[in-house]
Design a binder for this molecule. Structure first.
Ligand code: ATR
Length: 282
């Protein structure tokens, strides 16, 4: 078994090997990172093989929740969002983490934005939305509104946020709504966590009708990085707002995962993350 790898299905398009192999090369390590297509029925055997001689692996769609029953334990963050994207052996136990949450938090921080006391609107309620909403919660957002086509999934995220805030002194205000109720106003951060606008041929699609009423200072984060600029980002820029794509979240979740395995300090290494960004943008 390769020391490090990512599992998913499909997996052909994953750029994780490029990122992790660049990290290993930067630090002069001879480790290798591969991608493996894995069916749900193969997860148990994969974890058992990993237990014998693996070092670390990432998990992507559709296995972020499927993998959990096969692990010995998962972090509180992974438990809250019911998704594991990073697995490591710790004291002989196979443990799961979620670095999408911290990855997004780092992107927001390095973009010069603050979750603290912010009003955050999130479009979408799938796996990415859960991680982004929880990052906003952990950062101290005072209002989080989750809009989704399927309202029940938005309600689930809101329930998770209230559960997470049970022990908090100053819980925020968390609300769910259908996509038809979306209004771009009254928020500091606006996040797209849907897959609308993703991929070739979908460049002109966006999950909401428009961004009328968006405040001048609202910063838009789109989880999508392909295309580099989504229709939603272009609309935000037309209104004069700053918009970021999902490339940095992708890079930061990877460097944080690599730090869990190897402890190289990759997440704090701006020279490295800048060179990975250039590599992926080329
Ligand atoms: P990921 O793991 O990338 O977050 P996901 O869990 O499949 O992917 O979530 C996809 C998100 O995009 C969901 O919020 C989904 O809405 P539903 O929950 O209603 O399915 C949203 N989405 C996908 N296609 C959509 C479309 N055509 N219109 C609106 N929302 C869409």
């Amino acid at each position: 078994m390769t020391e490090y790898f990512v599992i998913g299905n499909p997996i052909e398009h994953s750029v994780s090997p490029q990122i992790h192999n660049a990290i290993f090369e930067y630090y002069g390590l001879h480790s290798r990172y591969d991608k493996i297509k894995v069916e749900k029925s193969e997860l148990a055997a994969l974890v058992e093989n990993f237990r014998k001689d693996g070092k670390g692996f990432n998990v992507t769609v559709p296995h972020k929740a499927n993998i959990i029953p096969y692990l010995d334990g998962i972090s509180r963050e992974a438990r809250m969002v019911n998704a594991v994207n990073t697995v490591v052996k710790k004291d002989g136990l196979v443990m799961g983490y979620n670095t999408d949450i911290q990855g997004f938090a780092l992107q927001v921080k390095r973009a010069g934005c603050l979750f603290k006391n912010a009003r955050v609107k999130i479009i979408g309620a799938g796996g990415a939305a859960g991680a982004m909403a929880y990052a906003a919660f952990l950062g101290g957002a005072r209002m989080i509104t989750v809009y989704n086509r399927t309202i029940e999934k938005a309600e689930k995220i809101v329930s998770m946020l209230y559960r997470a805030s049970d022990s908090s002194d100053a819980p925020g205000e968390y609300t769910s709504a259908g996509l038809d109720k979306f209004d771009a106003g009254f928020c500091d951060l606006l996040i797209n966590a849907t897959s609308v606008g993703l991929g070739k041929g979908h460049e002109d699609e966006m999950p909401v009708a428009g961004l009328e009423g968006i405040l001048p200072h609202t910063v838009v984060f789109d989880a999508i990085y392909n295309p580099v600029k989504t229709r939603l980002m272009r609309e935000a820029e037309k209104h004069g707002n700053i918009a970021h794509n999902g490339l940095d979240m992708l890079i930061y979740q990877a460097v944080i995962a690599n730090d869990i395995w190897c402890g190289l300090g990759a997440a704090d290494n701006r020279e490295l993350t800048d060179s990975i960004r250039r590599m992926l943008s080329a």
